[in-house]
Design a protein. Sequence first.
Length: 161
Amino acid sequence: MVVGARQGRRPARRALRLEGDAGASMVEFAIVVDLLMVFVLGGLAFGLLLAYRHSFEEVTSEAARAALVVPDDPGTPADERVDAAEAVMNSSAALPGRCDDPASGLTCTATVAACPGDPGRSCITAHIVVDRSVNPLIGRIPLLDGVLPQTVSASAVAVVG
């Protein structure tokens, strides 16, 4: 028998206590990672939308250039230059769908009108708009859909003659 030991009694357990700030650092990490992911995903999404817009600007420029080389037949009610520009936009592989398909969310238009700076000259304007509610382009990202633009558009103007 051990001197000083009490028989039949177990030593009392200490209450479980967390000491230090180990739990607080986990909470801070979770908050920082969430904010970091929002910024990283936001930057990627915005970059992708800018890339799409650049592609749309290239397509509208090509459409306006194509319309310049097509002569307009005054004997027909339709303007052949507009038809040529719309054909270029419809056949472009850079667009995420066809302009004449309502499910693609694309709206492609071409018009011939007086130039904005010089009303005595004619200009052809090719315009593309994508409605992101129909075609999101990059998918749905929570919290960022309210910040990102709902439409992505581009246009190009070329002076005729």
